[in-house]
Design a protein around this ligand. Sequence first.
Ligand SMILES: [Zn+2]
Length: 133
Amino acid sequence: MQAIDTLTPCPCGNAAGYARCCGPLHEGDIAPTAEHLMRSRYSAYVLKREDYLLATWHPDTRPASLNLAAQHPSPTWLGLEVKHHAQEGDEATVEFVARLRHGGGKAQRMHEISRFVRKHDRWYYLDGHFPEH
Ligand SMILES: [Zn+2]
């Protein structure tokens, strides 16, 4: 089994690898932008880092738990594509497409526009919506 800190590319798709991308954020480093935070949250879903997902969720909208370990079938994350990132002051939006598969089902696209808020230098996920096509 491959050690997590040698994951290359990073689960979020960055060729630099986990140790130079989402790994340090999962250990407490500050995400410089909402896009970095979003990528690290995607990687946290891949790695089932529920603690990190909750810690980076805005307290106003944060669920009590995600129960990622109890998901059956648990999703297989296939890739992330960030489409757009916009920031104005302490608010930002990130539009992305994540691809995933549940069990042996076929691959699905999850297209979301997420909103982020910065508080005390840290970005938090606020909420997201699925844009109309
Ligand atoms: Zn990454």
